[in-house]
Design a protein around this ligand. Structure first.
Ligand SMILES: NC(=O)c1ccc[n+]([C@@H]2O[C@H](COP(=O)([O-])OP(=O)(O)OC[C@H]3O[C@@H](n4cnc5c(N)ncnc54)[C@H](O)[C@@H]3O)[C@@H](O)[C@H]2O)c1
Length: 348
């Protein structure tokens, strides 16, 4: 039985708790912590959890706790994760991994140093269409991949509270929801090393009093585009908006010289796989999609399973970090007005 602690008891912590509660013989939530103690106490009562703390360090002293879900807002992902890893706990941290690449590197290093799992809670990695595409690519159906697109046009998706402030979220639309398409594309491309980024991010709607948000508080991007170059010569076009005057459209498309894969997570059909030559490109429809789910309870099951069976992290931090390297580079490129170089850390 794995003792679980949850740090941060806001919106998404409830999905984590549900996931653990669905595994009554394998995991038990023993404690929660939130700087808002009343909130921690209230969810502890709701979930029947014995301990509630305002300082997560107190929780990390409990030997019975073997694993931690970090459900704080993004700017507070790094320190609790590092402290938990240093205390010998396995960590499942919510997406995006960190607010900056520098923080992400410290997290990945703490995981290596302590030989503890650091898993990033990117639920789309378990989407059946993503798994089917990964298998299609691993079967060499795309040939050499040379281009990808990661696009999320939300029509009216500006979130509230901690998401619109750099001080809590670290960044805006890119880091909140752009991370889903960006990570999926990088995963399907098998994580080529990014070497240069030209990007532009902007606050188009946020600085107007035109919705539920407070424009005085809103200091992150709600729109942005970027072109990412990789070591192997591939390119990726990445764009995301919380609010654009287009109809809602999300897509991850990967092009190779012998085929392509297109995933439309919120449209029908969700998946389009093509394979063949210049004159005989044909659509390939998988008979059955692989088992998987974007429910957070599924992700929790993978985390618990990895701990029980001493497996590697199901979503490892070392390569997930590339999303943070790219976000940093986009913000830098926006400020400088030109392309910037990206250095990937060497963990060897
Ligand atoms: N996977 C998903 O589907 C999904 C959905 C929503 C949010 N998220 C991610 O989950 C994270 C949290 O989002 P949310 O909507 O729950 O945010 P939220 O603002 O509702 O909750 C965050 C909580 O963290 C607490 N907190 C902040 N710093 C802390 C610290 N040092 N110690 C203890 N508690 C601390 C806050 O008091 C708050 O209660 C974000 O990174 C977000 O991107 C993921």
């Amino acid at each position: 039985m794995i003792g679980i602690g949850i740090i941060g008891t806001g919106g998404i912590s409830h999905a984590h708790a549900d996931g653990y509660i669905q595994l009554p013989d394998r995991a038990e939530i023993l404690a929660v912590a939130d700087i808002d103690y009343d909130r921690a106490k209230s969810v502890a009562n709701q979930w029947g959890v014995k301990h509630a703390f305002s300082d997560y360090q107190e929780m990390l002293k409990l030997d019975q706790i073997g694993a931690i879900s970090v459900c704080t807002y993004t700017k507070a992902h790094a320190q609790p994760s590092i402290d938990a890893l240093n205390a010998g706990k396995h960590v499942l941290v919510e997406k995006p991994m960190a607010a900056t690449a520098a923080e992400g590197i410290q997290m990945a290093k703490a995981s290596r140093k302590n030989n503890r799992i650091l898993m990033v809670g990117m639920k789309w990695r378990f989407m059946p269409e993503v798994l089917a595409t990964k298998a299609f690519i691993e079967n060499s159906k795309l040939g050499d991949i040379y281009y990808a697109e990661a696009i999320g046009w939300q029509h009216r998706g500006i979130p509230g509270q901690s998401f619109i402030r750099k001080e809590t979220a670290g960044g805006g639309a890119f880091m909140d929801n752009g991370v889903y398409t960006l990570d999926t594309a990088l995963y399907l491309m098998n994580h080529p090393k990014p070497v240069a980024v030209t990007g532009s991010s902007a606050n188009i709607f946020g600085h107007f009093a035109d919705g539920e948000w407070d424009p005085e508080q809103f200091n992150v991007e709600d729109f942005g585009t970027a072109l990412i170059r990789f070591e192997e010569g591939m390119t990726l076009f990445f764009a995301h908006s919380w609010a654009i005057n287009f109809r809602e459209q999300w897509q991850i498309r990967i092009a190779g010289n012998h085929g392509s894969a297109e995933i439309y997570p919120f449209s029908d059909p969700k998946l389009r796989l093509m394979h063949g030559g210049y004159n005989d490109l044909t659509e390939f429809t998988p008979e059955d999609l692989p088992e998987g789910s974007i429910d957070i309870s599924y992700e929790i099951k993978q985390f618990v399973n990895a701990i029980e069976n001493k497996l590697a992290s199901p979503i490892p931090a070392d390569t997930f970090l590339y999303t943070n390297l790219i976000f940093d580079a986009i913000y830098q490129s926006t400020n400088l007005g030109h392309e910037v170089k990206v250095d990937t850390p060497d963990f060897s």
